[in-house]
Design a protein around this ligand. Structure first.
Ligand code: AHR
Length: 329
């Protein structure tokens, strides 16, 4: 945080600049960096600390800010959209140079993003998309293609059961309700498994992207759904929680029940190596360096792509064995 006088001077400078340009959203309508020693100040609102992926994402952003000499105002919303909106309002009041956030849910952002635009503060979405009728409310969206992740999971499963003669029962543990990854990973997966008429989703519930949530949902599934063949969990943590439930029920994860997850964090990769998970679709949390680069370019008045898609791969056991020693998260 910086001193109130500095905020006041920067606010006045920004108002003057906006008055001179007459436009709050053009690439050249942003104030010169105004943090300590003229450093760029970035307000970042994080979803929470729900998963290994999220921890790695937070660390990546904090490390990259330090390396890039960016003054980072970091706020953890602990899974609450209201807290994220409060954090964004506080960044606006503090006159940060750029606001970035990873939205907990897809909807409900327009009013606060209009406030940011009126204050002349550019916004970058990281990791998750929002639903809005006005895409000029943010400058860039940096993150994964979640539909593609779901498609990769579903295509692998369709191929695995290509020769199946009988129905295959699939249960699904979804991420946080109304979040972009939960919506899109379901969509991509559903469309891909539709290629194989034997694959049927027989139960689906949210585990909120947490290990505890994944375990609780899987316990319910095991109680209520006979003969589960496949589990598709929208992240590693929920898959790992589900594995605990499966083992406690006397079944063998990865053999009695085929398991597919998304993320490829270290614990997930270890479970893949141990044969408890069969396939992982990678979701890369290391967005920090690209985020700092985007923020700097925007502040410099350069045009940036409105969508920057993260490069990702998939893992079976052999790939996990090769990748784990150098895995950063
Ligand atoms: O938005 C990315 C998702 O959020 C990750 O897949 C999940 O682990 C996290 O909590």
């Amino acid at each position: 945080m910086f001193a109130r006088t500095a905020i006041t001077v920067r606010a006045a400078a920004a108002v003057l600049l906006l008055a001179l340009t007459g436009c709050g959203n053009a690439p050249d309508a942003v104030a010169a960096p105004g943090g300590p020693e003229g450093r760029l100040t970035l307000g970042f609102s994080q979803v929470g600390s729900e998963s290994g992926w999220r921890e790695a994402n937070t660390k990546s952003i904090q490390d990259a800010a330090a390396a890039a000499g960016v003054e980072l105002l970091f706020s953890n919303a602990q899974g609450s959209r209201d807290r994220q909106i409060e954090a964004i309002r506080s960044f606006i009041e503090q006159r940060v140079d750029v606001i970035a956030f990873s939205p907990v849910t897809e909807t409900g952002w327009d009013p606060v993003l209009v406030e940011a635009r009126e204050a002349g503060i550019p916004v970058i979405l990281t990791d998750r998309a929002i639903q809005t009728s006005d895409s000029s409310l943010y400058r860039s969206f940096l993150g994964s293609d979640f539909i593609e992740e779901g498609t990769k999971a579903g295509t692998w499963l369709s191929d695995l059961y290509i020769a199946a003669k009988e129905p295959v029962s699939v249960v699904e543990i979804r991420g946080t309700e109304n979040s972009a990854p939960a919506i899109e990973r379901k969509l991509g997966f559903g469309a891909a498994i539709a290629q194989n008429p034997n694959l049927k989703i027989v139960a689906s519930a949210t585990g909120d992207f947490t290990r505890v949530g994944g375990k609780a949902v899987m316990e319910d599934f095991l109680d209520s759904t006979p003969d589960i063949d496949v589990l598709y969990a929208h992240n590693d943590d929920m898959g790992l929680g589900a594995i605990e439930a499966i083992e406690e029920a006397g079944k063998v994860p990865g053999k009695d029940i085929v398991i597919i997850t998304v993320d490829a964090v270290r614990d997930g990769m270890q479970a893949l190596i141990d044969g408890k998970i069969n396939y992982i679709v990678e979701c890369n949390p290391l967005l920090g360096p690209q985020l700092m680069e985007l923020a700097k370019k925007i502040l410099a008045g350069e045009r940036v792509l409105q969508r920057v898609v993260t490069e990702e791969t998939v893992f079976e056991r052999s790939g996990a064995l090769a990748a784990l020693p150098d895995r950063q998260y």
